[in-house]
Design a protein around this ligand. Sequence first.
Ligand code: PBG
Length: 331
Amino acid sequence: MLEQQKLRLESRGRRLRRTDAIRRILNETRLHTDMLVAPVFVIEGTGLVEDVEGMPGVSRYTVDRLPAYLERLTGLGIRSVLLFGVPAAKDDSGTGAYSKDGVIPRAIRSLRSSFQELVIMADVCLCEYTSHGHCGVLSGKIVDNDRTLPLLARAALEYAKAGADVVAPSAMMDGQVLAIRAGLEEAGLDDTIVMGYSAKHASAFYKPFRSAAGSAPSFGDRRSYQMQPENVREAMREIEQDVKEGADIVMVKPALAYLDVISRARKRFDLPLAAYNVSGEYSMVKAAAQNGWLDEKAAVQEILTGIRRAGSDLIITYFAEEAARWLKEGW
Ligand code: PBG
């Protein structure tokens, strides 16, 4: 009895939870709008803002409609966006990804001129631009790693020349960071930041993105280039390789089923670490919230806090705008 009383006195965790103010001063993990990156889908044409199937609250914008949207995001304090292009025409080699007047270079030039402070990130991949929907060019039915590298390097160079601060290769081709870094340096673009999608897993949670970007593979899947979800040691090797190749920022993707990967990466590498809270992770919460099964605001706070607590510096999330609004209100 005495023993038990002593134990109770020594371990009153509830003392630290009594009031909101006490809880707030002892908060170990704080979210800030500065760490949020908003993904933005850019489509061809003019005057269009289209809803994305399966992602309520997310739209695709033509270049002329971007500034108004960006005013809204930056007005809430969001400092960076990650651009994805949806071209009007696709071909075998994904030409739209690396043509100077492709949808992304045009979007970057437009945003660069009106939003000087904005950190503009551009996704570098071929899947949105290829008729077959794979992230690289094909040799037969095989995604040809080494023939894809120069195309990714060209795309990154076009985006950097257009004014992107960050280029982010997501194709999971071996050597993509090195190819891009070499291309940038050769062109004298030493200041462009390369953010590798270093540990990108083959995930069921990309499905809504693929309808937004029109990038679902027309045959097979991406498991010969994206990582298998089971492997965390391999994820560390992928990150290490990107660091060696010259990445400035590394990434783990998706976030929620991979919090241990984020945590391991945080402990092991000193580079800035990004986590991608992907489309399916967004859609799950939206669907449940729309049915009244979840309190969206509370759920999003908990999710983003979890990703942050696991150790990521940047969080790429479709909740960026809403989260920024909630953060402004004090959450
Ligand atoms: C392109 C790319 C994908 C995502 C980001 N870049 C799709 C894929 O690999 O199929 C997914 C993002 C998301 O689901 O939000 N390679």
